[in-house]
Design a protein around this ligand. Structure first.
Ligand code: MTE
Ligand code: MO
Length: 299
């Protein structure tokens, strides 16, 4: 098993292919745990063994389709994602309403196996397929005054029972600072396990920011705006003392109602016990983005 994690492997050498990891992710995992050599590889392997397609697509948060973990899988199939358009506006050279194929066509898709840590203290590992958000923003031409990126989810009441019931203030909105949005770990996912993204996971395109709590990774995007001021974000507006704008995964800053020090890994078997939550969810390379910030005040 150990040789699977050496840097000489290509993904084609590994079966099943879902177990493929890139070296950078392995090193990020090992570094975060303060380990090296075999121990580090073993720890990284445990941390990044992907959840099953079944787990990833049946245990979801997508409140537009209901608040139960199984509601999105049950209800989201009714959403029509063909002919999807994304509106680009704000401080950008090329605003407009883009068919999805035009927005991302020609950009490099790659697999990214990322930990997903929900603020509710459960976690999964998901083999996303996507493109770097930076590539999209570069193509659109970010103007000098832009300091944040704001994101908005579709609202389709006819197929969204959670919207009809008003379980949150919809549209669901999120935001990133521009440097966070431009970080190479930040992707727009269009698939998982080499399949098109299932609707319950945010088809046809959703944000994935792996070092932040899952609620930042907003689904089924219909608008991306380049803006000057910090944008409103759904959970922060609902409960500002519980959910901050930054929402960086941080085992040292508890949620007011529960500890964030550990997490429950979804899925049975060997890795089902609670595990320690890692600073920045193990993605240490983002730490420089927050130099000089008080992470307890700006949670
Ligand atoms: N539009 C929208 N995006 C959303 C949510 C939501 O309710 N609506 N839930 C968030 C939360 S809390 C989490 S943990 C992740 C879950 O993503 P997954 O279901 O693909 O695992 O989606 C996030 N994106
Ligand atoms: Mo979440």
């Amino acid at each position: 098993m150990a040789q699977r994690w050496t840097n000489t492997l290509t993904r084609a050498d590994v079966t099943p292919r879902a177990l493929w990891l890139n070296r950078r992710q392995i090193m990020a995992g090992a570094g975060a745990l303060g380990l090296s050599g075999m121990a580090g590889h073993a720890a990284a392997q445990q941390a990044l063994e992907p959840n099953s397609f079944e787990e990833i697509t049946t245990y979801n948060n997508f409140y537009e389709f209901g608040t139960g973990k199984d509601d999105p899988a049950e209800n989201a199939g009714a959403m029509e994602t063909a002919d999807w358009t994304v509106t680009i506006d704000g401080l950008v050279d090329n605003p407009g309403s883009y068919p999805l194929s035009e927005l991302i066509g020609g950009l490099t898709e790659e697999e990214r196996i990322y930990r997903l840590r929900c603020v509710e203290a459960w976690s999964m590992v998901v083999p996303w397929v996507g493109i770097e958000l930076k590539d999209v923003l570069d193509r659109l031409g970010v103007q000098p005054g832009a300091r944040y990126v704001a994101f908005e989810t579709a609202v389709i009441p006819e197929v969204m029972p959670g919207v009809r019931r008003g379980v949150l203030d919809f549209p669901y909105v999120e935001g990133l600072r521009l440097d966070e949005a431009m970080h190479p770990l930040t992707i727009l996912a269009t698939g998982l396990y080499d399949r098109p993204l299932p609707n319950q996971n945010g088809a046809p395109i959703r944000l994935v920011v792996p070092w932040k709590y899952g609620f930042k990774s907003i689904k089924s995007l219909v608008r991306i705006s380049l803006v000057e001021e910090e944008p409103r974000t759904t959970w922060n507006v609902l409960a500002p003392s519980e959910y901050g704008f930054y929402a960086n995964v941080n085992p040292n800053v508890d949620h007011p109602r529960w500890s964030q020090a550990t997490e429950r890994r979804i899925g049975g078997g060997l890795f089902s016990s609670r595990q320690d939550t890692l600073m920045y969810n193990g993605y240490d390379e983002v730490a420089a983005l927050y130099d000089g910030m008080d992470l307890e005040a700006q949670f």
